[in-house]
Design a protein around this ligand. Structure first.
Ligand code: ZN
Length: 193
C-alpha cells in the first residue's frame, strides 16, 4: 500500500524528477531527452519505512495516535533529505553539512537553512502551503505525545489521526516537486548574500 506513494524517480544526469505512474521504464527523460534506464528512486532512504509504519499504526487498534508522531518525523526526514540534495547539487564548500544539520535540528531552523540555500521560504510557497499548514497544526500535539505528557494519547482526535495519514501520503508528491525544482540542472543558483 505504501509503495504507491513513494514511486517518484529521477534521472541522474539532469536530476529532474518524474512521479507520473504511467511513465515507462525506458521512456526518454521528459526534460533532458536522455534514454535513461538507470533512473533512480527518489525516496530510497527510510521515507518509505516511515510511511509503512504510519499505515500500520492507522490500521491497528491501539496505536493510531502514533500516526501523528511518525508523520511529523517523516516531514523532518523529507526536509533533511531535500537540504542534503540541494547542498550536494550546489557543491558548496561550506563547513560540514552534518554539523550544520545537527546544530539546526528544529524544523523551522531547517526551513530557514533551506531558504538560505534557495532564497525561498517553504512556508510561503504555493506548492507547500497546504502540506505545511497541516503539519503546523499537528506539531504541538506531537510534542505532547513525544514527551509523554499525561493524557496526550487521548487528546489526539480521530480527525488528527486522519490528517496525519494524509500528511504522510501527500508529503511524497510535494517533496518530489521540490527536488525537481531545487535539485536539478535548471534549479536556481545560490542566492546572493
Ligand atoms: Zn534527464
Amino acid at each position: 500500500m505504501s509503495s504507491g506513494f513513494a514511486l517518484a524517480k529521477f534521472c541522474p544526469p539532469c536530476g529532474h524528477v518524474v512521479d507520473d505512474r504511467n511513465f515507462g521504464k525506458n521512456d526518454p527523460c521528459k526534460t533532458c531527452g536522455r534514454e535513461c534506464d538507470r533512473r533512480r528512486f527518489l525516496f530510497e532512504g527510510e521515507e518509505q519505512e516511515f510511511l509503512t509504519m504510519v499505515f500500520e499504526c492507522y490500521r491497528s487498534k491501539y496505536s493510531r495516535p502514533a500516526c501523528l508522531l511518525l508523520s511529523c518525523s517523516l516531514m523532518e526526514l523529507h526536509l533533511r533529505m531535500l537540504i542534503l540534495h540541494r547542498w550536494r547539487w550546489l557543491g558548496i564548500k561550506w563547513p560540514s553539512l552534518t554539523t550544520t544539520l545537527k546544530e539546526k535540528w528544529r524544523f523551522k531552523q531547517q526551513v530557514d537553512l533551506f531558504a538560505s540555500l534557495t532564497g525561498t521560504s517553504l512556508f510561503k510557497l504555493r506548492l507547500t502551503k497546504r502540506l505545511f499548514s497541516r503539519h503546523a497544526a499537528l506539531v504541538s500535539k506531537r510534542d505532547r505525545l513525544a514527551h509523554g505528557l499525561t493524557g496526550a494519547a487521548w487528546l489526539v482526535t480521530k480527525e488528527e489521526v486522519r490528517s496525519s495519514v494524509e500528511l504522510a501520503a501527500e508529503s511524497f508528491t510535494v517533496f518530489a516537486q521540490l527536488h525537481h525544482r531545487y535539485c536539478s540542472v535548471d534549479a536556481p543558483p545560490l542566492p546572493e548574500a
